[in-house]
Design a protein around this ligand. Structure first.
Ligand SMILES: [Zn+2]
Length: 1108
């Protein structure tokens, strides 16, 4: 809005009088210094956390979703942890006692593999030399510990306020014990079982995987095949269709995983589907579904259709598997609902060892499963009984091809083709997984699913749509495979007898837990395999037991982290977190595992009420580059948190001192942790967060703007003390408006904080600081703050308002940019440092303005969104000034007078009338508001006396008209705005054109009278002005009455500093003294618009109101 910013500070020549201006002197540096950063970090993190633990009231728990302790932190971690931190800080600023203990997820395969890889690189593990389980665990533990240490340091660098003394790790002994106790409760409740069934299996990492550990590649290519199986027992209706000389018929099936053909145990058809018995050109008589014929014919020409049958008529037939016809005999054709005619042949190859649906179907029919594939994804000898041709072949590579060759040479392969489809991959190794039946431990979810869904009904979801997402995941799950075949984790505490039967009871687990407490968890692996000490005494008689080698799914580890929330009295089932806050990917990960384990625990403990471990669940999006693309190393668009903090994402700064090439250092616009935090806060958490050069530039710009604003505030508050309270209704209009605007901003920010919409907080602050505060209010008070006397009402009132603004701004900023807020506080005058924006439990004590009440009329006129707003007059004046400047008629905004000519009030609608009324009310303040020397309101309204003669002849004048909506006629009512050359002289101190020309004319006249009688004997001059010397340059310096008063005040109040202020300027000294004698010097009463000027008490009394 204003282009005249700092016009006083920047353009004022250093005259003797201008040196007495109260220009804001703030020592707040232009940039935060790196050297002070550690101190401020400590103050706003550790110190503040400790303080609020003691002083906060009403517990607030944000339970941390642990980051995986594998490698350095990335921008996604920053987004997540800073969002949590802002949430906690806002609670502290409202007096709550926050409980935030960071956690770390430390077990699992990636850490295990990374540890092994590192050992290999260091040459500690020559190829072929296997490390023992205990050695691997030791290396993995070290690796995780180091990463946790590193991650903690990073988090602290981002100013995360948390209980850093009491963090938790899933590999902590206590954590593991609590996890096993939860597991024991579930065992006691019959929720855990072991079963041979198909699971997702990763051959690349040799372990079972949960759904949450899969990534789907939609561009996976498989070799799909059509093959035929000869029918053995043929239904009579089909046999009757066959030609007399033809007794052979085969079922055509289609598969996208030919490697599962050795494990085929049945063929499924659908009862009510129609099938054809078709004579083909090259493959004899085949059975295929009617609706698939057209497709089928494209590679397998059909000569004639011999007949049609229903699926029902095929059920009960049998066929022969080429690999096992001698060992297993014929296999059945069965009905299955999942058969469709969307692809394939309508006859489905069923391999229960390699498919979830197949497994269920075969269970119903009592068909045993077969999964002749080992941990590494290689065929076992079982794949082809009697031949070792397949043994050891990779099912996803050579093995698959070999199968096709075998079927081809047996003339059973009808056709192959490349098939592109969505296929699950291991999210860690990025390699395809297979489905494979193994013996695994499962948690039964069928019994707790409904309770879990019930619990979600009581949870608040942000955004609300995430409720559907999480519930649909829960609904679609009936069991959870919790065992993994790795070593870096918490053991599944199972014992196996000699026949391989597993024993796991609450009693056996209690004993194992006590052993772990005693011997440490590594002893589970290092003790002799049949060490009886691990076996509960009541079982020892039943013979030797070995300990299981499976570990628990890491989602079970982190899922039970609600155990880490510290219980208070009356919380026998543990406390419930106020908030869980994670990325949206945790719907299928941690949110689920936390909910399911908590509900399982409560159910096992006999609690009837459904309860999630969280009251509010907040999800945020991912981080993307500025074009909305996913960050990846190969794209080269990865942005690190450090780049945002040190500014290296932006081009280096141009340095003035680099011209002569002496200093080669490159400087970047690094704004530190606050920049990173402001970026996080400004991203709408319900969407993905973008980051790139343009955005960071804007963030840094906003931070710089905040710093400049604070610098002004701290400078202007120099002499202020909040002990001096002011009544709201004593303030002038602009001050009242500024108080209300600042309060509105705080209210808007508060409500956005309460809805976790931090981007709306940033936007409220941004709009407020840019428009209301710096362009409007600060501009309008610069004159009185710089020029008026220290303790004058006008200055003190402005300071009281600035103090409110400072407190409101710091309150809303402290959760987002705590370092800036803490630093600014140190640069406040000492008398104000008692107030701490972070520990503001008793705001009342620090309130400067009392009795604040709404003023809707005033606010409406200053609302830029309303038609008749004062901004339109402001804009018109600025445009006129711009035009005058372009003709070199004026420079500073003060170098003009403004006349606003108003039409009759009756011609306006109610809002227009309001504008006129407020303009009249504010008329003494309008010059300050528009930053000009003088504003005159005139009117043609017959009911209103004219305020001043319409614009007089000036050196130059410019005029424009704005239209205000009107109801009196169809036309809008014009407001005429003139700016013209100032009619008074420019004060050398304040630069306002408010020095009446006639005063100096009279002074000169008096002086010249005095000179002409200088040779007379008169020793006492007739008037003080008689002594003035018209020939000295000082006399020619115009100083306005206000400045004279202030100067005289300074001279008498501070003789040590300003005693010689008027040396060599006798005229001004006398004028100033006259000003004092006339009563104009009352410090408490210096007010621009009501100051009576008594120029010369004896001879001339002239009352001039500066504003007219
Ligand atoms: Zn002045």
């Amino acid at each position: 809005m204003s282009r005249d910013k700092d016009q006083v500070t920047k353009r004022m020549p250093a005259s003797w009088a201008s040196k007495t201006l109260r220009l804001p002197k703030s020592l707040l540096p232009h940039r935060a210094s790196d050297a002070n950063l550690p101190g401020y970090l400590q103050a706003v993190t550790h110190d503040l956390y400790t303080w609020q633990r003691e002083h906060g009231k009403g517990r607030f728990i944000l339970h941390d979703g642990p980051p995986y302790a594998n490698g350095d932190l990335h921008i996604g971690h920053a987004l997540n942890k800073i969002l949590k931190d802002i949430t906690c800080r806002y609670q502290v600023s409202n007096g709550r006692q926050v409980d935030f203990r960071p956690g770390f997820d430390c077990h699992g395969l990636p850490i295990e593999l990374k540890a092994l890889q590192k050992q290999k690189e260091l040459g500690n593990m020559p190829d072929g030399q296997a490390l023992s389980t205990v050695e691997i665990r030791k290396i993995a533990r070290e690796s995780a510990s180091n990463t946790v240490k590193l991650q903690k340091e990073r988090f602290k660098e981002w100013a995360i306020m948390a209980d850093w003394q009491n963090t938790w790790c899933t590999m902590d002994k206590d954590y593991e014990i609590r996890q096993l106790e939860t597991f024991k409760l579930m065992i006691g409740n019959g929720q855990i079982y072991r079963r041979l069934k198909p699971v997702y299996w990763s051959p690349s990492t040799k372990t079972a995987l949960a759904e949450a550990e899969l990534e789907y590649n939609s561009d996976h290519r498989s070799t799909a095949a059509y093959v035929k199986f000869p029918l053995h027992e043929i239904p009579k209706v089909v046999r009757d269709m066959l030609p007399a000389n033809q007794g052979l018929i085969a079922a055509a099936i289609w598969t996208t995983t030919p490697w599962t053909l050795p494990a085929n145990r049945a063929i499924a058809v659908k009862r009510n589907m129609e099938y054809l018995v078709a004579q083909t050109e090259f493959h004899g008589v085949l059975v295929v579904s009617s609706s698939r014929l057209a497709d089928f014919e494209s590679f397998c020409p059909v000569l004639s259709i011999l007949g049609k049958i229903s699926g029902q008529e095929l059920v009960g037939a049998t066929y022969l598997h080429p690999f096992r016809s001698t060992t297993n005999g014929p296999q059945p054709i069965v009905h299955a609902d999942f058969v469709t005619d969307e692809s394939g042949t309508g006859l489905v190859h069923v391999a229960p060892g390699h498919g979830m649906d197949d497994y269920k179907l075969c269970q119903e029919h009592g068909i045993e499963l077969l999964a002749p594939v080992d941990d590494a994804g290689l065929f076992t000898a079982e794949a082809f009984p009697g031949s070792d041709i397949l043994t050891g072949k990779d099912v996803l590579g050579a093995g698959n091809k070999l199968i096709l060759n075998i079927f081809q040479s047996a003339n059973m392969l009808l056709h192959t083709h490349t098939y592109r489809h969505k296929y699950p991959y291991d999210w860690r190794s990025k390699k395809p997984v297979i489905i494979r039946a193994t013996r695994q431990w499962f948690a039964d979810l069928s019994g707790i699913k409904d309770t879990a869904l019930e619990a979600l009904a009581n949870v608040k979801f942000v955004p609300s749509g995430s409720f559907d997402r999480l519930s649909s995941f829960i609904k679609s799950r009936s069991e959870w495979c919790i065992s993994r075949q790795r070593v870096w984790g918490v053991p599944i505490p199972a014992l196996y007898d000699q026949s391989g039967e597993a024993i796991m009871t609450t009693q056996s687990i209690s004993h194992i837990i006590s052993m772990i407490k005693e011997r440490g968890i590594d002893a589970w692996w290092s003790d002799d395999p049949t060490e009886p000490a691990w076996v509960d005494p009541s079982l020892r008689m039943q013979g030797p037991f070995t300990r299981g080698k499976d570990t628990m799914d890491v989602w079970f580890d982190s899922g039970t982290s609600w155990n880490e929330m510290r219980s208070e009295r009356g919380e026998d089932a543990g406390p419930i977190a106020d908030i869980y806050l994670e990325g949206t990917d945790q719907h299928r990960g941690w949110f689920q595992s936390s909910l399911l384990t908590k509900v399982a625990q409560l159910t096992s403990m006999g609690h009837r009420a459904a309860q999630a471990p969280f009251k509010t669940l907040i999800t945020h999006g991912f981080t993307l580059d500025s074009k909305g693309k996913k960050m990846s190393k190969s794209e080269g668009n990865v942005v690190s948190p450090a780049q945002i903090m040190d500014g290296t994402l932006l081009p280096p700064l141009k340095r003035k001192d680099q011209k002569n090439g002496q200093d080669k250092r490159v400087l970047y616009d690094g704004m530190g942790p606050d920049a990173l935090r402001l970026w996080v806060a400004s991203s709408d958490l319900t969407h993905d967060a973008l980051i790139g050069e343009p955005l960071l530039k804007a963030i840094n710009g906003f931070l710089a703007k905040l710093r400049v604003t604070y610098k002004l505030l701290t400078g202007l508050l120099d002499t202020y003390d909040f002990a001096h309270k002011v009544q709201f209704n004593e303030l002038c209009g602009l001050d009242r408006l500024a108080v209300l605007q600042s309060r509105k901003m705080r209210e808007a920010a508060d409500s956005a904080y309460q809805e976790y919409a931090y981007h709306r907080v940033v936007s409220a602050i941004n709009t407020y600081v840019g428009a209301d505060l710096s362009a409007f209010y600060i501009e309008s008070i610069k004159d009185r703050c710089y020029v008026d006397a220290d303790y004058s009402k006008s200055r003190t009132h402005a300071q009281a308002v600035l103090w409110e603004i400072y407190r409101n701004l710091s309150h809303v900023l402290s959760p987002i940019t705590p370092l800036l807020v803490a630093e600014v506080r140190d640069y406040l005058p000492t008398q104000l440092q008692d107030y701490d924006p972070f520990r503001s439990l008793s705001e009342d004590r620090y309130t400067s303005i009392q009795g604040i009440c709404e003023d809707p009329d005033l606010e409406a006129i200053f609302n830029p969104n309303k038609g008749a707003s004062i901004h339109r007059i402001w804009d018109a004046i600025k445009q006129l000034q711009e035009s005058a400047r372009s003709e070199k008629l004026m420079g500073s905004s003060l170098g003009c007078d403004v006349t606003i000519h108003l039409p009759a009030i009756s011609s306006f609608d109610s809002h227009g009338q309001l504008l006129l009324r407020i303009l009249h009310q504010l008329s003494p303040e309008l010059a300050d508001l528009f930053v000009v020397s003088k504003v005159t309101l005139t009117s043609t309204d017959p009911n209103q006396p004219p305020l001043a003669p319409i614009i007089q002849a000036s050196e130059w004048t410019k005029q424009t008209t704005i239209l205000i909506p009107s109801t009196a006629s169809t036309e809008n009512s014009p407001i005429e705005i003139n700016i013209s050359a100032p009619k008074q002289l420019k004060c050398i101190r304040c630069w306002k054109y408010t020095v009446p020309k006639e005063i100096f004319a009279s002074a000169s006249q008096l002086a010249s009278d005095s000179n002409s009688s200088s040779d007379s004997d008169t020793s006492v001059p007739a008037s003080p002005l008689a002594k003035l010397d018209v020939n000295t340059t000082q006399l020619e310096e115009p100083v306005c009455r206000r400045c004279l008063g202030v100067l005289e005040g300074l001279r008498t109040a501070e003789p040590d500093v300003h005693g010689d202020l008027f040396n060599g300027r006798p005229g001004i000294a006398q004028a100033a003294a006259a000003c004092r004698d006339g009563g104009g010097l009352d410090r408490e009463d210096i007010k621009l618009w009501d100051w009576n000027w008594d120029f010369d008490g004896n001879k001339k009394t002239k009352r001039t109101d500066l504003s007219d």
